[in-house]
Design a protein around this ligand. Structure first.
Ligand code: CO
Length: 299
């Protein structure tokens, strides 16, 4: 099992930031660079704290560079627009606007946790933009949070630093990841393996992938755990964290574990509220940005 997980990880790690060169012959437009931060999005106002934190840190790191946002979730964008709360762009809309405004280089940073389906879609959209005449001279996509063994170890340490101090070692910490049928789902198991080397009572389950809450419950029961801290392992403490993890419905993780005799303490904080975690995304953004230094068309 471990061998399989690690073979999977090695294959995944071969993927580097995706860089797209665009044709630039005879093009003397001035150098204008922008950053586009891309997330699934959230419609929960309290969860916005995560995005505000990233926005501030990115602007501190890249002073004077225009920073834009795009939400990949059409449902969330339409909901926010319908309720007159915000008009957010999709990736394609945000890139089209930047192109129209004369940006020549765009560093896109994925704020996803793993390089799953949404990350693949983001790369495909970025690639599509290189074929537009008189468009961008360069577009680069920065890696999501978990993209290498080094990331896994940094993320594990960041998670441990966010565990409430009052938690005792015999009490467990159960993280809720999103999960996906995409092969990148293997990152959750790899991260759990690394976490448990440091602290054997930390577990990661997922809402939509494997391992699920039933698998986690079995592991907790096997170790006779009586109390857990439930924490989201998603950038925002949004709908999944508030309902599927901490909600009062019978099928929430809190209800399932409580029902089986395990006490639950809920921590409603997204990973993007954790500065150690944000530092990893920022390092990926810096790595992506550094590709432009090699750019032959850069002015
Ligand atoms: Co979901």
């Amino acid at each position: 099992m471990r061998a399989k997980v690690f073979t999977g990880i090695v294959i995944l790690m071969l993927s580097l930031p995706v860089f797209v060169w665009a044709a630039g012959h005879g093009d003397d437009r001035p150098f204008k660079k922008g950053i586009l931060l891309v997330t699934f999005g959230t419609s929960i106002p309290e969860a916005q704290i995560s995005f505000k934190n990233i926005d501030t840190k990115v602007k501190e790191t890249f002073k004077g560079v225009d920073v834009r946002w795009a939400y990949t979730s059409a449902i969330i964008r339409h909901k926010l627009a319908k309720e007159n709360r915000e008009n957010l762009d999709s990736v394609a809309m945000a890139l089209a606007k930047m192109m129209d405004e004369g940006f020549t280089y765009v560093v896109i940073q994925s704020l996803h946790t793993i390089r799953g389906e949404e990350y693949d879609d983001l790369v495909n959209t970025a690639n599509a933009f290189k074929h537009i005449p008189n468009g961008f001279k360069g577009v680069v996509v920065g890696n999501p949070l978990l993209s290498s063994q080094e990331d896994i170890e940094r993320v594990a340490k960041a998670i441990i630093s966010a565990i409430p101090e009052k938690r005792k070692k015999k009490e467990a910490v159960v993280l809720m990841g999103h999960g996906t049928p995409h092969p990148a789902n293997a990152f959750y198991a790899a991260l759990m393996f690394n976490l448990q080397q440091m602290d054997p009572n930390i577990f990661i389950g997922t809402v939509e992938g494997s391992p699920g809450i039933d698998d986690i419950k079995k592991m907790l029961k096997g170790k006779k755990i009586k109390k857990v801290y439930l924490m989201p392992f998603m950038s925002v403490a949004g709908d999944h964290a508030r309902n599927d993890m901490a909600g009062n419905e019978a099928d929430s993780w809190k209800s399932i574990l409580t029902e089986s005799g395990i006490k639950c303490n809920v921590v409603l904080k997204g990973t993007a509220e954790n500065d150690k975690m944000v530092a990893i995304w920022i390092d990926h953004l810096k790595a992506a940005d550094s590709h432009f230094n090699k750019c032959p068309h850069k002015k």
